[in-house]
Design a protein around this ligand. Sequence first.
Ligand code: DGJ
Length: 591
Amino acid sequence: MRINRTFLLGLIFSAAALAISAQAQTDTGTPHLQKQGNATQLIVDGKPFLIVSGELSNNAATSLENMETIWPKLVAANMNTALVGVTWAQFEPEEGKFNYVQIDGVINRARDNHMHLVIIWFGCWKNGTSSFPPYWVKKDYARFPRIQVYDGKTVSVSGPVELLSTLSDTTRDADAKAFAALMRHIKEVDGAQHTVLMIQVENEVGVLRDSRDRSPAANKAFAGQVPAELMNYLVAHKDNLIPELHDVWAANGFKTSGTWEQVFGPGKPASLIVPIQTNGEALGLMRHETDWTRLNWPSDEFFMAWNYARFLGKVVEAGKAEYNIPMYVNAWLQQPNHAWPGSFPSGGPLPEVHDIWRAGAPNIDILAPDLYVEQFDDVCARFSRNGNPLFIPETSTNYANALMAFGKYNTIAFSPFGVDGNRPIPLELANTYSILNQLTPIITAHQGTDSITAVRLRQGEAPKHIKLGDYMLTLTYTGRAMHIPPQNAGQRLPSPIFPPPTTTEPPLEAAAILISTGPDEYYFAGSGMTIDFAPNTPTGPQNVGLGDVQEGKFVDGKWVETRQISGDDDAQGEILILRNSILRVKLYRFP
Ligand code: DGJ
């Protein structure tokens, strides 16, 4: 879809109208999701919001005193939001008695620091395992049953991995009750102020050490029929299913009823051991290298996905009944060394099982990747299929990835993990965060249309050609631009917080967000590349000049020029050089 000013005005108007109708329903600016074109936006207090953030280490917020050393780092890195964990153990130390000290303290100090929060509910599961439930849950293994897996000799309780089973309504209801109490309290203290934007429900759920739960309850369910709700969903969405799942179902003849293995093919033989990393003898080294791009024993993974989705769907239902703000679940990805279900948490919300999660838990708003693998863009694309909004709760600190995620994949959040500890924020990312904060009104006005994109260029890669607005842009890799404009670098950055660059070599990649804002007007944000322009229409003058190039910043949403760029700094008006800042460019044509 090509965008013009009239269309954009219409879009902004209808977005505003939708926002008003959503507000009329909730009567507040309660955070909610809203579609714009093919993007989904988080709306907070009536305005689209980009979560420019970091996730704290798991126990950071279990101590308010500890948090005091962390807030300044987050503020200095230009973050507008922190992802912080609330543990079931600390929230409900005795059954039915809730402790609000931590959540209240974190909300209050976030407000003092002008920050928002996404709360991670560490309930039954974290990285598959069950280390965060309270002591009264952990020690009562009769009331709160564990999964069973094949341990090499026999099917037994999960041994060294402590993992609550999804097949227990008692466990589910206990988790849901605590989560509902948390959401009720957040509404009480924050329902008007909206410091808390969204909730992550559990963390990286799934079965480890085996491809599925092999407890008697699980075996009985696995030998039974695929639930009618799932079959009906697959039939109704047959033409639009995720291809990986579609192909498995097709290979088994599109059966519309039967057991899991009849409908989706054989599961893993119980006696085949899944090692922690998939380099064991079970399938051999070669397959361990290549298997991570395909489904292995899909029946087992689908069965677990369904059971986690049903369990979490009930937890989310209980929480949303108290306070309805957007909620997501996150996935530990299948990847080299973690190729087979069980070496990654089997049943987690991975792309190949998104349809099963959608069928089992339609109230979960987003299925999110913890994105540490090199194939960043591919994963963003796989997590954006069938309308799933992108939200990246955990990742590394690569600033190019942040630009790509917001500019090209419409992510709602970008959030490196461990920013309070072993993953400090590099200066380039803090600078990028400043730019993203400033550009939020423009990015969000254009999201979901073809007037915005982002581009990544790797060292040695051929120039890329991108049609945007009325011009063809040619983008060429140049390497690191050392200049960081004072309005971004100096703003809130006490320098000792940022580690010095470890190398003077240029980075191996560069990235930029490109936005066409009018017939001859663009905003560019990024670095490490040059751009030259050619008209993309055959008529009229064919030469293009850089008419006016301004480096600047947005103050309260208004453009303020800080520097003029011409002469040596833009190849005498011919080629634009990106420079870690925001550039506003006006072009002209001449014969
Ligand atoms: C992924 C988990 O979701 C996080 O809680 C944390 O354990 C990180 N891995 C550690 O890298």
